[in-house]
Design a protein around this ligand. Sequence first.
Ligand SMILES: Nc1ncnc2c1ncn2[C@@H]1O[C@H](COP(=O)(O)OP(=O)(O)O)[C@@H](O)[C@H]1O
Ligand SMILES: [Mg+2]
Length: 399
Amino acid sequence: MNIKVGPPVSEDNFYPRPELIARLLGALEHAHVAFLGPRRTGKTSCLRKIVATPPTGYVPILLNLEQYDSVEAWLLAMLEHVHAELKKPGPKAPWLVEKGISFLGRIEELTIMGHGIKLAATKEKTAPWRPLADKLVRLLKDTNAPILFLLDEFPVFLNLVSKKHTREEVEALLNWFRSARQDLVDHAPRFLVTGSIGLKGVVRRLGLSPTINDFDTLEIPPLSEAEALKFLEVLAKDNGVSLPVSGRRHILKLLGGAWPILLQLFISEIKEAHFKKAPVKADLDRIYRECLVAGARNEYCTGMFTRLKEAFSESECRLAQAILKQLCRTEHGLSREEFEAVHAALVPVPEQRALHGDELDYVLDTLKHDGYVHQDFDGEQRTRFASHILRDFWTRKTS
Ligand SMILES: Nc1ncnc2c1ncn2[C@@H]1O[C@H](COP(=O)(O)OP(=O)(O)O)[C@@H](O)[C@H]1O
Ligand SMILES: [Mg+2]
């Protein structure tokens, strides 16, 4: 296993996450899935793993939606990938043997139709992509093709579409996509979308939250302690880094949250420090402070920092920043009343606060789902930073 910090990993560099993959595939049996989590937490790597070892009978199609700048381009890409996938040599699934020629023929027809789409100069009632989109659903339904569309970074695509088109047009797209999912939910085809920039925030800003309600949402978790210890052991060993179990445990204690990228970064910094002997606690403390918290390569924390701007509207973002700034300076977290006080300090006029009634709840909820903060179950149910590294990163950024 090679050290990889940043881009998605695959094959031997992917540390297996069988439970997570099984949960994703289990959810897909009954629903379409939104697989959410901040950037650099390992979502694309999991999708690649699904593509490499798909569930029996399924044909996975992985598309990075950041590459498409129009609905037409997205629909066409889905069609062209299905076509290419099914024409690949090799033993065919029984489904394709039965439906093969007619299915491929219809895909080809649709692709040609898609390439012919011209943006209408006049305002038409239906979007120019709509006939193609409807035919695609019809085809998937008729053939019951077990295709698993893995659509990476769906909210980035939505943001882009919403910059180029009116809100009504984005609404038409989201409504079409939802009804397509609903039409297909009792059939074999499945959609999985991922989102790093807050899918819920993006549709909320558009006032279109109900259009994604049907997704079964799964948030990517960090590694469990046992997984993280094993991952550190394997990664260190494979890369010639000497790190006894006490060191591995100390790393997890320092980070307080075992995201694979942070473990990768830690091992990579130890390797680059060229220690003569295995690093002792003081060495690890220094690497944590200087390279992880303050280092430029920590894409996870910088991503979390900039993500607030993407996930929230302006006023929500201000509130989130004020909350986190206060939170990283408290030892025991904050209570509900203290959060309300932060909100009141930021927006002193009660009527103005009431205008965005659920803003505080929404911001706290999003920060929780993002793995930013964690609320105690018992006692005063105080909320604190979910990991030490984020807290220390945030303290440094805001001091
Ligand atoms: N299962 C894994 N095994 C090893 N490294 C991983 C794994 N998942 C994530 N990573 C680390 O996280 C980084 C980002 O992964 P990626 O899949 O691109 O995340 P995302 O798609 O959520 O942005 C990788 O470069 C790697 O360092
Ligand atoms: Mg990704």
